[in-house]
Design a protein around this ligand. Structure first.
Ligand SMILES: [Zn+2]
Length: 295
């Protein structure tokens, strides 16, 4: 059995796993990204995870990173302020030289959809769309069994499609992006905006308050679901997927809003949460290196 490493670099956490070609998770490591400390610090954190997982029998490293990634060169073409200083870094070069093993770098959500297609909720499906709701909002598409990267490696940049023209300022420079309404960050910021004070600092806090019947959180979750269902409706009309997979930290609270979301979508659509929970990208990055990038 081959053994490879799969890595997930997000704005909040770096996750890594040693994965067998049979899909077994052999070893696992997690650390905070502390992204606000910048590029060198994020790299240091990444090396920390890899040093822990790497061994002589590892046959490759697959990395899923937030941002727009040139899959061919392994360069981060563009990353938002969720990963400051990440734009321009060539991860493939750095990691393959440091660990002297073949390395593949892919957008984190592209890797996640590959993971879900391999071992998760989208197993045996061929037309899949994935949306991740975390620090930011990401998207990925598999059509007819093939990962769609786009001609500029920016397909399915759902987070930066505009949901409300003239709406909230986004860190990408546009106004009204999806990310400003349905990301974990957007959820807690909206709470503080309505409250007129910084009472919460995570979406998790908002969902905790929701369970206590807190009025503001009810309003925030209602807005969140309406925005998400509008997005899903648009996507369905655009791609007509067999299944839509929702992933990312926000879906940990799905029990609170899943039925409401389904009632809002108002159409017959196969929609599911990620089956690999927060490990979709780790598994997918591993699958990509196992397949030498052909998915
Ligand atoms: Zn944007």
């Amino acid at each position: 059995m081959k053994k490879v490493i799969g890595i997930d670099i997000g704005g909040t956490k770096i996750l890594g796993g040693v994965i067998g070609s049979n899909g077994d998770l052999i070893k696992f490591k997690e650390t905070s990204t502390d992204a606000n400390l910048g590029r060198d610090h994020i790299l240091k954190k990444l090396f920390g995870v890899l040093d822990d997982l790497f061994d002589t029998d590892i046959e490759g490293i697959g990395i899923g990173s937030a941002g727009r990634i040139n899959f061919n060169t392994g360069e981060v073409i563009y990353a938002t302020d969720n990963l400051p200083g990440w734009t321009g870094i060539n991860l493939k070069e750095i990691i393959s030289q440091k660990y002297r093993t073949k390395t593949i770098v892919e957008n984190d959500v592209n890797a996640a959809i590959v993971g879900e297609n391999w071992l998760g909720s989208a197993k045996s499906f061929k037309d899949i769309l994935m949306i991740t709701l975390g620090t930011g909002v990401g998207g990925a598409i598999i059509l007819d069994g093939k990962l769609i990267r786009g001609s500029h490696f920016s397909s399915a940049e759902i987070g930066h499609t505009i949901l409300y023209p003239g709406g909230k300022r986004c860190n990408c420079g546009q106004n009204g992006c999806v990310e400003q309404y349905i990301s974990g960050t957007a959820i807690y910021k909206r709470y503080n905006e309505i409250a007129g004070s910084n009472l919460v600092n995570s979406a998790k806090d908002v969902f905790k308050l929701y369970m206590k019947n807190d009025k503001i959180s009810k309003l925030v979750v209602d807005e969140f679901v309406k925005s998400l269902s509008l997005l899903i409706f648009n996507i369905r009309n655009f791609i007509d997927p067999e299944i839509i997979i929702l992933g990312g930290g926000v879906t940990n609270s799905k029990d609170l809003w899943w039925e409401y979301l389904k009632s809002q979508i108002k159409c017959d659509l196969n929609i599911s949460v990620a089956g690999l929970n927060n490990f979709s990208t780790v598994y997918g990055a591993a699958k990509l290196i196992l397949n030498e990038g052909v998915v």
